[in-house]
Design a protein around this ligand. Sequence first.
Ligand SMILES: Cc1cc2nc3c(=O)[nH]c(=O)nc-3n(C[C@H](O)[C@H](O)[C@H](O)COP(=O)(O)OP(=O)(O)OC[C@H]3O[C@@H](n4cnc5c(N)ncnc54)[C@H](O)[C@@H]3O)c2cc1C
Length: 381
Amino acid sequence: MSRADVVVVGSGIVGLGAAYAAVRRGLSVTVVDRTERPVGATIRNFGHLCIGAQTGEARRYGDASRGLWLRLAQDAGFWLRESGTLVAARHDDELAVLERAARDGGIRMLDAAELLTRAPLRRGDLVGGALIEADLQANPREAADAIVRHLAGLGVDFRFRTAVTAVETGRVHTTRGPIDAGLVVVAVNHDIDQLLPGVAEDVGIQRCALDMMRVAADLPAPLTAPLLTGWSLVRYGRFGALPETAALRERLHAERPDLAALDLNQMYTQLPDGSLLVGDSHVKDVQPGPFQPEAAFDAFLDEARALFAADRFRVLERWQGVYASGPAEFLREQVADGVLAIAATTGIGMTCGLGLAETALSETLGWASSSALITAQEALA
Ligand SMILES: Cc1cc2nc3c(=O)[nH]c(=O)nc-3n(C[C@H](O)[C@H](O)[C@H](O)COP(=O)(O)OP(=O)(O)OC[C@H]3O[C@@H](n4cnc5c(N)ncnc54)[C@H](O)[C@@H]3O)c2cc1C
């Protein structure tokens, strides 16, 4: 029978964050995942770490994540840039939302000319925009694998192609036998309804399925940061509840019911190879279907053609991503003694996941000073 101080179920960004928090405190850590490497939401997203668009608990976790991302990028050696986030405003009501949010700091208003020096867009209807300064961009296709390699180098034991069938105080049951654990951290995203169905049902967690695509475009210049639009402003915590946002939402939905029906977040990031990640649509259900309507991809391409100063867009890939969706932005539940379940329950887990895991673990284990470490190890013995 093997044993670790901390056994983490799930090797997405939240599970990796938990493993990182525990191993830095000198604890032995095993991470179990049923796939052969991370292939869940953590590699299927935009790589947009949209810290400055959050508020409340999400902002706290986002701020905590920022330093962890920067340190991991350096230590694990993966691409990350302190790009900020650009927002393109094509209507005065979008500018009004940005101006109102900018009063609280961390957002710099841009005129249309400044925006065009940072993003290869058509002049078209642009009325200006903004830069959300604290934000980062990662390449989601390489970050998780690099973090796995780095954590393995720090001594974390990864058990891939091993499904967890049950968790209880002090033990994790897997398809390759049980593992004894001081602390169990369940970080399985939407699959919480399979491993801990009672928790998922009590909290009201379902799945949110998103369509995404990657395109090659003949852009005249690089996109220097993730790019949001008015459709993003109505979603993110910092903007969503502003009084100005109600009018924006109403106009967008009245003008484009087709895009509203897709629950569109029109946004883009450019990968280091120059291709653009384009998305995304949202369908929430206990079990969304696997079939991706072509109408969503047509809309992505039409909207990209209207926004970017490019004539040719060639689709390179399409995929579906899924994340947990619940009534609150996060799940943090002690489901039994020494068993924690954590998840981002809206689409901000790349932004907040490392900070969520760090906070949950630090509150459970204490800091890694030698005395705190002894306390933590004694607590787990
Ligand atoms: C299309 C898309 C775009 C997004 N864009 C952004 C963005 O730009 N910025 C942002 O902040 N967030 C974004 N998100 C959200 C973000 O990607 C997720 O919130 C985050 O990746 C969730 O991380 P996770 O570790 O909880 O889940 P995952 O990465 O899905 O990892 C969960 C892991 O648990 C494993 N697992 C499940 N059940 C078991 C079991 N029983 N036994 C063993 N292993 C198990 C799975 O195999 C998986 O590897 C996006 C999400 C999607 C889908």
